[in-house]
Ligand binder design. Structure first.
Ligand code: ADP
Ligand code: NI
Length: 221
């Protein structure tokens, strides 16, 4: 196996797969995750080859993105064999891709690879801050969800639990409360937490301004 060639091939694989995505999981997301993951990897004793590979391939078998999951896994298996990826790395990669996703909190504690944890932090960081906000509205638009519904009062936003948000109708704003605002405290690495904290604060600022503006419109009605 030639590591440089494997990485190049993985880049092409991801580019092809995510090329026409408009759900916030386009190839630029993959490239940003790789960049952040490699930055975090510098602060951890971790195999940067596995980190880079898992970053590039982390969304290739996501159940939200692909209708035929068996086919997606088969495609990935074929690729791993075609590039002669050693069996131990294949196994680690499969483990990472299985458990990296948030999955409504259901995958908590299941990821036991350090490389996977680094990529998970990077993926979550890309869901935060200005980019995270933009991706959330892009996702909601793609799936035809409203950005917010007036019946959910800002007053409730501070008292509801993430679980209660989950049971609300899907809106872009709900997604901040059911998931995005919880991510900061679930970071695996110190460096990841540092980056997440700044982006978290920016989202809070955004939400405050959002509700100020929304509220002004309500009062004028
Ligand atoms: P993970 O890879 O951790 O499972 P997702 O792929 O579900 O994360 O989410 C990536 C990003 O897609 C989210 O952070 C958010 O920006 C957007 N997203 C996912 N689910 C929703 C949703 N229900 N409403 C709005 N945006 C969403
Ligand atoms: Ni991702």
């Amino acid at each position: 196996m030639n590591k440089i060639e494997v990485i190049q091939s993985a880049e092409e694989y991801a580019q092809q797969l995510h090329e026409s995505d408009t759900t916030g999981h386009d190839f630029e997301h993959i490239l940003r995750v790789r960049h952040i993951a490699l930055q975090i990897a510098k602060t951890e004793e971790v195999d940067s080859f596995v980190v880079e590979l898992a970053s590039l391939l982390h969304d290739t078998v996501d159940k939200k993105l692909f209708k035929d999951l068996n086919q997606a896994w088969q495609h990935l298996n074929n690729w791993m064999n075609a590039v002669s990826l050693p069996l131990n790395i294949q196994q680690e990669l499969v483990h990472i891709l299985k458990y990296i996703s948030y999955n409504g909190g259901k995958n908590k504690g299941k990821l036991n690879s350090l490389a996977g944890k680094v990529v998970q932090d990077a993926d979550r960081i890309d869901a935060l801050g200005a980019i995270g906000i933009a991706r959330t509205f892009q996702f909601s638009g793609h799936f035809k969800e409203p950005m917010h519904i007036s019946s959910i009062k800002p007053r409730d936003l501070n008292t509801m639990t993430a679980e209660q948000y989950h049971n609300e109708p899907n809106t872009a704003i709900n997604h901040f409360y059911e998931k995005l605002l919880l991510l900061k405290d679930q970071m695996n690495t110190t460096k990841g937490y540092e980056i997440a904290e700044t982006r978290h604060d920016f989202m809070i600022q955004f939400l405050n301004q959002f509700f100020d503006e929304w509220h002004i419109n309500q009062e004028q009605d």
